[in-house]
Design a protein around this ligand. Structure first.
Ligand SMILES: Cc1ncc(COP(=O)(O)O)c(C=O)c1O
Length: 399
């Protein structure tokens, strides 16, 4: 029995999280790795996609809808808005209103369209590096100008460089895309950190787009603060959330845009109308509603499982080198490991691991600042992680 942190009630213990065999399902994460390495027995810890089976409530909702048989045009409906609003309030204490929420198919689509809604070609778009590798194209593929501000590693944790942000804001940045929690460094930004950032955005009229796709994957002892808490302080603010990472439904495509300011919302809606981007498909909607209304207990359990996997990984790396730096995991299911103590760059380490049939992400993919790091996805069964660590030992254990 474990406790549902929201209701406080005991809920049934479920089978431990197992890794689903995703062979022959077109799983991007697994198929790309198998093809690249030309072997079938690869273990993949790269793409930020989980291998856990989605909660049974989500599967049941999908099965019910599929059984119905008619899949015509479908409205998002009141139940969609209720599910998002209740989830945000229950999980993060964030009160929103129905009108503020716009359903969208993907987080990246949402970010890309808001950038188009509020800027012209050439506009400066700032991201904090290292960061999710699909952030740079948000600027580059829309003929905007990418501006980077490096995160700083200070006292064993990554922090924002406010002086650098201010310098770049003053030089004409129009939009900042925030990754919150941060992929790949695993930070959950504190209220004080966000407050300071919002102040700067306000001072320089910068639009802040907060990508909160990892918001539910929070480790014990940390509290997620949505940028939405600052809606009253800064009009130029949009929050984008999604159930995709948390519930392993990224292949269904769904996201939520949350904007309080009417003028920003209208511009966003107009861009969506012009591109005919609306609510996600009906199956995604069914999955989202079940995920947001019935699965809090599962999210808590998943977070505990990720934390346990993280601890296993840290103790293995410490065994291989007592001075190794593994970023403290506050949120996300992604570990960020500095492999320079082994005399390797992230790229070299990833290549050596590939020879052992293990695929991890070279940190350099997330920006030059990540070149000494590996990003290792922890959202898998303990068995898969242990097998991966045994293979990793052949590379790091011998150095
Ligand atoms: C920070 C971040 N944003 C967005 C995405 C992708 O979201 P979507 O598939 O909804 O566009 C990912 C996926 O890894 C991510 O890590």
């Amino acid at each position: 029995m474990f406790k549902d942190t929201v209701s406080g009630k005991g809920v049934h213990i479920m089978d431990d999280f197992t890794t689903l065999d995703r062979k022959n399902t077109g799983a991007a994460k697994w198929d790309m790795a198998r093809k690249r390495l030309g072997r079938d027995d690869v273990l993949v810890f790269s793409v930020a996609d989980s291998d856990y089976e989605t909660p049974k409530e989500v599967k049941a909702a999908l099965q019910r809808r599929v059984r119905h048989g008619a899949y015509g045009y479908t409205l998002a409906g009141e139940a969609y808005h209720d599910a998002v609003m209740d989830f945000m309030e229950r999980r993060y204490g964030l009160a929103t209103e129905r009108d503020w929420i716009l359903p969208a198919p993907k987080v990246l689509t949402a970010l890309a369209l808001i950038i188009r809604a509020v800027t012209d070609k050439g506009a400066k778009i700032l991201i904090q590096s290292p960061v999710y590798n699909n952030f740079p194209p948000l600027a580059e593929a829309s003929d905007r100008t990418l501006v980077k501000s490096s995160l700083k590693r200070e006292d064993g944790r990554f922090v924002m460089d406010y002086a650098d942000l201010e310098k770049k804001f003053a030089a004409g940045v129009e939009v900042m895309v925030l990754c919150s929690p941060h992929n790949p460094v695993g930070r959950v930004w504190t209220r004080a950190e966000l407050e300071r950032l919002i102040e700067l955005c306000k001072q320089y009229d910068v639009y802040l787009l907060s990508d909160e796709i990892h918001a539910d994957i929070i480790m014990e002892g940390h509290t997620f603060i949505s940028a939405g808490e600052f809606f009253a302080d800064h009009d130029r603010l949009a929050v984008v959330t999604a159930p995709s990472k948390t519930f392993n439904i990224a292949g269904l495509h769904s996201a939520n845009i949350i904007i309080k300011d009417e003028s920003l919302r209208d511009k966003t809606k107009k861009t969506m109308r012009g591109l005919f981007i609306g609510a996600p498909n009906l199956l995604a909607m069914e999955a989202l509603k079940a995920a947001y209304t019935e699965c809090d207990y599962w999210v808590d359990h998943q977070n505990a499982h990720v934390k346990d996997n993280y601890e296993r990984l840290v103790s293995a790396f410490r065994r291989w080198h007592e001075d190794v730096f593994v970023a403290s995991l506050e949120g996300t299911y992604l570990a960020w490991v500095d492999v320079s103590v082994f005399g390797l760059t992230g790229k070299q380490a990833a290549e050596r691991l590939a020879e052992e049939g293990v695929v991890v992400a070279d940190g350099g993919v997330y920006g030059e600042e990540g070149r000494d790091y590996l990003r290792i996805n922890l959202a898998c069964s303990k068995e898969q992680l242990e097998e991966g660590l045994a293979r990793m030992e052949k590379v790091f254990g011998d150095i």
